[in-house]
Design a binder for this molecule. Structure first.
Ligand code: F6P
Length: 560
C-alpha cells in the first residue's frame, strides 16, 4: 500500500503499468475488437445506462492492472472518506459532500459530526415554496406584476452547471411544458456586453434577479449584481430590490450587507465546492423557478442514484471508477493530454463547458495532496461540441492528426423526435448513425491496402489513409429527462474525483485561479488613478506598460 506521503508513481503498481504500455503499443484496436469476450467484459450497465469501453487501448490485463493501481491508491477508502464527511479537502480544511445535496430525506450524511441532510432539505423546501410563489404569481413585483423572467448572475461553478442543466432540459417535453411563458437567462461575464445581452427585451417590472455566489465576493458577480440592482432601482425605486432580487450564497452576512433581505437568501455550505454546487440552491433555485421544483427533484434523484452506485459498487463494476481509471491510463501512461466530450445531443451543448471546469479546475495540479512536486502530469485538456457539429469542425484532427481519447454520449430516445415521410430514417436515427459510426472510424481507420482495392489513385493514398487505433468510449442513455441529466452529471463528477484520488492530488481546491485575480487588482487601481488623476503607469513590465498605455490613450471609458 502507498503510504500517505508516497507518490503513486513510486509504487510497483504504477511501474507495472508503465511497463505494460510496451505490450499495448504492439496492439491495434482493429484486432482487439475481434475478441468478443474482451469486448463483453468492457460493457457495464447501471440504471438504464450502458457504458462500452471496448474501444479503449486496453486489454483485460490492462484493466486488472488499473484496478490494482486503484487498490494501491486506496481508492475505496478515499471514496468512503469523502462520503463520511472527512476533511479530504485538506488545504481548505473542508469536507467534500456534494453527494449530500441530492441524498434522500432520510439519509444520514455527517460533516463535523452533524447530519447535514436535514439542513439540505430545509433549503430545498424553502426553494420549493418560493419557486411556487413566483411561478403561480402569488409573489408579485414592485408594480404588482408577476415575475416571469429570471436572470441568474454568477460565474464559474455558480454558472456553468446550472447553464448545462437548463440547456439540457429546454426541450425535454415535461420541462418545456412547465416553463411555458417563462425565461431563464445567465449573466456571467463582467463584460458589459453580457449585461446588455441579458437585459435586452426584459422589463425590470417582471424580472427576478438571482445573485449566485458562494463567497459573495467574486469581482465579476458583485459588479454585475450592482449593475442589475441599478437597472432595477432606476426603473422601480430602491425599495423594489426586496421584491426583485434574491441570493444564493454561503455568506449570508454579505448578502444582507448588499441589501438583499436575508429571508430571500438561500444558503449552502462550505463543504460544497463551487464546481460541484449545481445540486445546491446554486442550480436548484434558478432551475426550479424555470421548470418547477418537481422536475428539478427528478434531476437530484438521478444524481443520487449514481452516488449510491459509486459508493457501494465494487470497483470492477463501478462506472465512475472505471471511467476515472481509464482517464488515468490515457493521460499518465499512454501520454494523451486531451479528451474530447462529444454528446450526440444538441441539448447537451453546454455539457463540455461545465465538465471543463469540473475536471480542469479539479485536477489541473502540480503537487500531490501532501505538497510534493509531481513527476507526472495530472488532469486533461477537456473540450467538446455536440455531434454532428464537431464532425464538421475539429474531427479531422482527431481522425488523422493527434490522438485524442473521445467520450461519445448518445441518447436512445430523442426529446423531440421528427420523422419525415419518405426519408430513409428519422432525424434522430440520422444523428445516431453518426454516433455509432465515428468510434469505429477512429478505432479501425483505413489502410492503404483498402484504398488500393477501391482504386484510389496512388498520390492520394497517404492523404486518405487513417491509422486508426484511436481510443474512445461510448455511453448510451435511455433518454434525456431531468433524471438522466442528473445521472450524467454525477458520473462525470465522480470520475474526476477518482482520477484525483488515484493521482494522489487534492481535486477540491483551486489555488491556481488566485494569482490572476491579485494582478487584476493592481491593474484596476492603476486604471482608476490614471483616469481620475492622470497618474503615470508604475510597477508594470515593458510589455504591460505598452499595452496599458495604448488602452488608456485610445479609449474613453467614462469615470465618476
Ligand atoms: O474561478 C474561481 C472560482 O472560485 C470557482 O471555483 C468558483 O466556481 C467561481 O470562482 C465563483 O465563485 P463564487 O461562487 O464564490 O462567486
Amino acid at each position: 500500500m502507498a503510504s500517505s506521503t508516497a507518490l503513486i508513481s513510486d509504487t510497483e503498481a504504477w511501474k507495472d503499468l508503465k511497463g505494460h504500455v510496451e505490450d499495448i503499443k504492439k496492439t491495434h484496436l482493429r484486432d482487439l475488437m475481434t475478441d468478443a469476450n474482451r469486448c463483453q467484459s468492457m460493457m457495464m450497465e447501471f440504471d438504464g445506462l450502458l457504458l462500452d469501453y471496448s474501444r479503449q487501448r486496453a486489454t483485460v490485463e490492462t484493466v486488472d492492472k488499473l484496478l490494482n493501481l486503484a487498490k494501491v491508491a486506496q481508492l475505496t477508502e478515499k471514496i468512503s472518506r469523502m462520503f463520511n464527511g472527512e476533511h479530504i479537502n485538506s488545504t481548505e480544511n473542508r469536507s467534500v459532500l456534494h453527494v449530500a445535496l441530492r441524498a434522500p430525506k432520510d439519509a444520514v450524511i455527517k460533516a463535523d459530526g452533524k447530519n447535514v441532510v436535514p439542513e439540505v432539505w430545509n433549503v430545498l423546501d424553502k426553494i420549493k415554496e418560493f419557486s411556487e410563489k413566483i411561478r403561480s404569481g402569488s409573489w408579485v413585483g414592485a408594480t404588482g406584476k408577476p415575475l416571469k423572467d429570471v436572470i441568474a448572475i454568477g460565474i464559474g461553478g455558480s454558472f456553468l452547471g446550472p447553464l448545462f442543466v437548463h440547456t439540457a432540459l429546454q426541450t425535454d417535453p415535461e420541462a418545456l411544458e412547465s416553463a411555458k411563458g417563462r425565461q431563464l437567462r445567465f449573466l456571467a461575464n463582467i463584460d458589459p456586453v453580457d449585461v446588455a445581452r441579458n437585459i435586452n427585451g426584459l422589463n425590470p417590472e417582471t424580472t427576478l434577479v438571482v445573485v449566485v455566489s458562494k463567497t459573495f465576493t467574486t469581482a465579476e458577480t458583485m459588479l454585475n449584481a450592482r449593475t442589475l440592482r441599478e437597472w432595477i432601482t432606476a426603473a422601480l425605486g430602491a425599495s423594489a430590490v426586496a421584491k426583485h432580487m434574491v441570493a444564493v450564497s454561503t455568506n449570508l452576512a454579505l448578502v444582507e450587507k448588499f441589501g438583499i433581505d436575508p429571508n430571500n437568501a438561500f444558503a449552502f455550505w462550505d463543504w460544497v465546492g463551487g464546481r460541484y454546487s449545481v445540486c445546491s440552491a446554486v442550480g436548484v433555485l434558478p432551475l426550479s423557478l424555470q421548470y418547477g421544483f418537481s422536475v428539478v427533484e427528478k434531476f437530484l434523484k438521478g444524481a443520487s442514484s449514481i452516488d449510491q452506485h459509486f459508493q457501494s459498487t465494487p470497483i470492477e463494476k463501478n462506472i465512475p471508477v472505471l471511467l476515472g481509471l481509464l482517464s488515468v491510463w490515457n493521460v499518465s501512461f499512454l501520454g494523451y493530454p486531451a479528451r474530447a466530450i462529444l454528446p450526440y445531443s444538441q441539448a447537451l451543448e453546454k455539457f463540455a463547458p461545465h465538465i471543463q471546469q469540473v475536471s480542469m479546475e479539479s485536477n489541473g495540479k502540480g503537487v500531490s495532496i501532501d505538497g510534493l512536486p509531481l513527476p507526472f502530469e495530472t488532469g486533461e485538456i477537456d473540450f467538446g461540441e455536440p455531434g454532428t457539429n464537431g464532425q464538421h469542425s475539429f474531427y479531422q484532427l482527431i481522425h488523422q492528426g493527434r490522438v485524442i481519447p473521445c467520450d461519445f454520449i448518445g441518447i436512445v430516445k430523442s426529446q423531440q423526435p421528427v420523422y419525415l415521410k419518405g426519408e430513409v430514417v428519422s432525424n434522430h436515427d440520422e444523428l445516431m448513425s453518426n454516433f455509432f459510426a465515428q468510434p469505429d472510424a477512429l478505432a479501425y481507420g483505413k489502410t492503404p491496402e483498402q484504398l488500393q482495392k477501391e482504386n484510389v489513385s496512388e498520390n492520394l493514398i497517404p492523404h486518405k489513409t487513417f491509422s486508426g487505433n484511436r481510443p474512445s468510449l461510448s455511453l448510451l442513455l435511455p433518454e434525456l429527462t431531468a433524471y438522466n441529466v442528473g445521472q450524467l452529471l454525477a458520473i462525470y463528477e465522480h470520475r474526476v474525483a477518482v482520477q484525483g484520488f488515484v493521482w494522489g492530488i487534492n481535486s477540491f481546491d483551486q489555488w491556481g485561479v488566485e494569482l490572476g485575480k491579485v494582478l487584476a487588482t493592481h491593474v484596476r487601481k492603476q486604471l482608476h488613478s490614471s483616469r481620475t488623476q492622470g497618474t503615470t503607469l508604475e510597477g508594470f513590465n515593458y510589455s504591460t506598460t505598452t499595452l496599458l498605455k495604448r488602452y488608456l490613450e485610445t479609449s474613453s471609458e467614462p469615470q465618476m
